[in-house]
Ligand binder design. Structure first.
Ligand SMILES: Cc1cc2nc3c(=O)[nH]c(=O)nc-3n(C[C@H](O)[C@H](O)[C@H](O)COP(=O)(O)OP(=O)(O)OC[C@H]3O[C@@H](n4cnc5c(N)ncnc54)[C@H](O)[C@@H]3O)c2cc1C
Length: 441
């Protein structure tokens, strides 16, 4: 443990800003209590900092790096319930659970996230329409608070604190342990069907036909225009029954340094998109390992460096279904016209299963995610326009990805934010929270 360590530059996955932080590495509950007791500034617990913006940053203050709180505290492999320390990653959990026939019930598009980080952002996955967010599978949390208390919370124990901690962006205290229900699998493989999508209307038609598929997502070609806006590929998957309980391997490729920005100019991205479209074979049902299906980007370590030293923004919104098709068309047109180029555009519908978390991002409707290399003012201007369209449609932006939403947009979209503010541990703060609520450090 290094309480009140010297300040050092730290950034998040988008590498947009580098703020100075005092980083304290902890590997036990005792360490966490010591760091909280001896703090000289506001603190924030963080995992692998796979969030893109400032929810995992606390510039000028302290970070509690929970990545070494990574042990199993207990497991019932008959019932599929584990109790793990909050710094354990999905990667590490799957290495132990998959051979025993259990998978995470909900997973984001990378397995390099901690369970604490996944709970604090209440992450969603390709199965949101059938399973909701990860918070629905959390049975109990153990939190360290800065007054020295260790608190257990669940839907029955201190339920308001539980609701403020699921999706609570690390503000209610340091999550020490997570008790999580897993999902039974008989194979590590999934049957995946890939269909060509002609445009936005076609996406909604295919999506309506895919309700029986537990996992769905679409990739959109950002260079399609006019009647072809929304062109892309629709992937739908279901668990396979054979193939064995084979655990994933380690990443084989890495990006060793920040790529020069010309590597990611719009021509490069057009080439990437064209290759992607050719490689996938629409209409084919393929047996695919969970690692390729859920985590295609994990095969290249540090892929965020491809965007160069100025970093990149990610935009992700959710908008109600009634306005979905129109809003998605508008946003894709704005992105195409701005010629900012996006490596990956992901389109998916959310279901109506509510989360216990009061700040949870998903709402019944459709979600669109785009990333943009940081070209300065022009990129921020485009993001400002996209944010405004989402807000006008009654939608919201995802804090885990955000670096630009205004406090008005946040407070309108998340009207229950004051419940988290009321239960916020007074020692905890983040760059994001100060930006969107005006709270002081
Ligand atoms: C390639 C990629 C794909 C992604 N796909 C998805 C997706 O499909 N769906 C989705 O929902 N998200 C997705 N994300 C976002 C990612 O899942 C979240 O940002 C996740 O929270 C990151 O986990 P982390 O361990 O890195 O946490 P960090 O980014 O370090 O922290 C995230 C939040 O959790 C808090 N926190 C972390 N640990 C603790 C703790 N022990 N106690 C209290 N608070 C804590 C932090 O304060 C912060 O507010 C993706 C990210 C990447 C890079």
């Amino acid at each position: 443990m290094t309480a009140n360590a010297p300040s050092q530059p730290v950034s998040s996955w988008g590498r947009l800003t580098v703020g100075r932080h005092r980083v304290s590495r902890v590997s036990s509950a005792h360490d966490v209590s010591g760091v909280l007791r001896d703090r000289t500034s506001s603190m924030l617990a963080v995992g692998l900092r796979r969030s893109y913006g400032d929810v995992c940053l606390n510039p000028g203050g302290g970070l509690i790096d929970a990545g070494h709180l990574d042990r199993f505290a207990g497991a019932d492999w008959d019932a599929g319930v584990v109790e793990v320390e909050a710094g354990l990653t999905i990667d590490e959990l799957l290495r132990v659970s998959v051979p025993r026939g259990w998978f995470v019930p909900v997973t984001p598009g990378t397995k390099f996230v901690t369970l604490g980080g996944a709970v604090a952002n209440d992450v969603h996955g390709k199965n949101h329409h059938g399973m909701g967010t990860i918070g629905r599978f959390v049975r109990r949390l153990v939190l360290a608070r800065s007054d020295g208390e260790i608190v257990e919370t669940s839907r029955d124990l201190q339920p308001e604190l539980f609701a403020a901690t699921i999706g609570g962006l690390g503000l209610t205290g340091v999550i020490l342990r997570v008790e999580l229900e897993l999902t039974r699998i008989t194979s590590a493989f999934f049957e995946v069907e890939t269909l060509a999508v002609a445009n936005v209307d076609d996406f909604f038609r295919i999506n309506a036909d895919s309700a029986s598929w537990p996992y769905t997502v679409a990739w959109v070609d950002c260079f399609a225009t006019g009647a072809e806006i929304g062109r892309g590929l629709y992937m739908r998957g279901r668990p396979a029954s054979d193939g064995g309980l084979v655990v994933h391997g380690h990443p084989k490729l890495a990006v060793p340094f920040s790529a020069p920005s010309f590597l990611l100019n719009s021509l490069t991205i057009q080439g990437f998109n064209a290759v992607y479209r050719r490689l996938a074979s629409p209409g084919r049902l393929a047996r695919t390992h969970y690692d390729s299906f859920f985590y295609p980007l994990d095969s290249i370590a540090s892929w965020n460096r491809l965007y160069g030293s100025r970093g990149f923004y990610q935009f992700q919104c959710a908008v109600p279904m009634a306005r979905g098709a129109e809003v998605i068309r508008t946003m894709l047109s704005m992105a195409a016209e701005a010629r900012q180029g996006s490596f990956l555009i992901v389109l998916k519908t959310f279901g109506d299963l509510g989360s216990p978390g009061v700040l949870s991002f998903p709402l019944p409707g459709v979600t669109l995610a785009l990333d943009f290399p940081n070209k300065g003012d022009s990129t921020r201007a485009l993001l400002g326009r996209l944010n405004a369209v989402a807000a006008e449609a009654g939608g919201r932006l995802y804090p885990a990805k955000d670096a630009t939403m205004t406090s008005d947009q946040f407070q309108q979209a998340y009207p229950r934010w004051r419940e988290v503010e009321r239960l916020r541990d007074p020692a905890m703060s983040s760059g994001f929270w100060r930006r969107v609520t005006g709270a002081s450090a």
